[in-house]
Design a protein around this ligand. Structure first.
Ligand code: 13P
Ligand code: SF4
Length: 369
């Protein structure tokens, strides 16, 4: 079975084409957030948000792809900036009764699945993800029904309904060990929705997998040839690649990993220059961890949130100071999920959380040995 694209079984998957208007709508919403501030407006918004977070017993949990302003605010107010796995863990463990999730919709839903008693708000709940859009529950469910002997592993970048149809949820930070664990148990795997991450996991583990053909519109646009050219220009530069990128881009990488893994690599490696194939919001943290190092955007051929060549995720860019303040003031944009679906989705999600916890204990033990 060809797991890298020509898989005739995955050709049965019914993937809706990603509507260009959806991206345009996100870009328009993102532009409203990034529109130039009147003198003093930005500082005023930051002060207002800080005091509203306190008043509302709310904590801000932001993804590495959000703007530097939001990441800084999360850090300064006792919140958290992380990858999707650690966002879920933090929200689950923090005592605040209101979680403000700055990221994309599946991150807010994940927080709600794990914390039904908490209020989960998002600056813009319309901030979706191409992987989520390309994996509608009805056709995905039919696909799963056709392979009842397969263990269904879905990436966290999916709707609550798709999670509810799965056996395991994974993030890029934990996909490899979970698939290896399932393979050791002799399980056959049906993977969704990211074909590039699925193909990377398949190649790395050697496990036979059926792969749903979704993709991330941001990572899909990186170009291997242009990365190689840039590497010739900066011979000592290390190439860091998120595994949502196509196989030929992954092949140029010195390090492949989740957002956290890439940040850690940029900190630990001796190199002074890095070519980074992921969303550029990550540069805030990379620069903070290694102020003297140089981070270069990997070249692409696409159009993104607010310019022609940069790689901003149009949906991540919908989070801004303006809508963050509004949501704190109004208490609107609450993420609600159907209780029966939530309970079903909790099972595979909790499996991942428990697996991650056990893995941490083992890793700590090995570190101490
Ligand atoms: P991480 O889990 O690595 O944060 O990735 C989430 C995501 O949406 C990447 O595009
Ligand atoms: Fe989805 Fe890609 Fe944006 Fe991540 S970067 S949220 S995978 S569209």
């Amino acid at each position: 079975m060809d797991t890298a694209g020509k898989n005739e079984l995955t050709d049965q998957a019914c993937v809706p084409p990603l509507a260009e208007e959806l991206v345009e709508q996100a870009q328009a919403a993102a532009r409203m957030q990034t529109a130039e501030y009147a003198p003093g407006e930005r500082e005023e918004l930051i002060d207002q948000i800080k005091s509203l977070l306190q008043k509302q017993d709310a904590v801000l949990v932001a993804h590495y792809y959000t703007s530097a302003d939001l990441q800084k605010l999360a850090e300064e107010t006792g919140g958290f900036v992380a990858d999707s796995l650690e966002m879920a863990r933090f929200g689950n463990e923090h005592p605040a009764q209101t979680l403000i999730v700055a990221g994309v919709r599946f991150m807010g839903e994940t927080a709600k699945i794990l914390n039904p008693e908490k209020r989960v708000l998002m600056p813009d709940p319309m901030a979706t993800c191409s992987l989520d859009v390309e994996c509608p529950e009805d056709s995905f469910s039919k696909f799963c029904d056709a392979y009842p002997d397969h263990t269904v592993v879905v990436y966290a970048n999916t709707s609550v309904e798709v999670k509810a149809r799965s056996d395991w949820v994974v993030t890029s930070g934990i996909a490899l060990p979970i698939v290896e664990y399932l393979a050791e148990k002799g399980k056959k795997i049906l993977w969704a929705p990211d074909k590039h991450l699925g193909s990377y996991v398949q190649k790395s583990t050697g496990v036979e997998m059926l792969i749903w053909p979704g993709s991330c519109i941001v990572h899909e646009r990186f170009k291997a040839d242009s990365i190689k050219k840039l590497k010739l220009k900066y011979p000592g530069a290390m190439v860091l690649v998120h595994p949502e990128s196509p196989a030929e881009v992954i092949a140029t990488a010195d390090v492949v990993g989740s957002t956290t893994a890439l940040i850690n690599a940029s900190k630990m490696m001796d190199a002074q220059k890095f070519i980074v194939a992921t969303e550029p919001g990550i540069f805030y943290k990379m620069q903070q961890e290694s102020p003297g190092k140089i981070f270069l955007e990997a070249p692409t051929g696409g159009v993104s949130a607010t310019c022609e060549s940069c790689m901003r995720c149009p949906w991540m860019a919908m989070n801004g100071l303006r809508n963050l303040k509004d949501v704190l003031e109004s208490g609107g944009n609450e993420i609600l999920v159907d209780e029966a679906v939530r309970r079903k989705a909790l099972i595979p999600l909790q499996r991942m959380m428990d697996f991650a916890k056990k893995r941490d204990v083992v890793m700590k033990g090995e570190g101490n040995a």
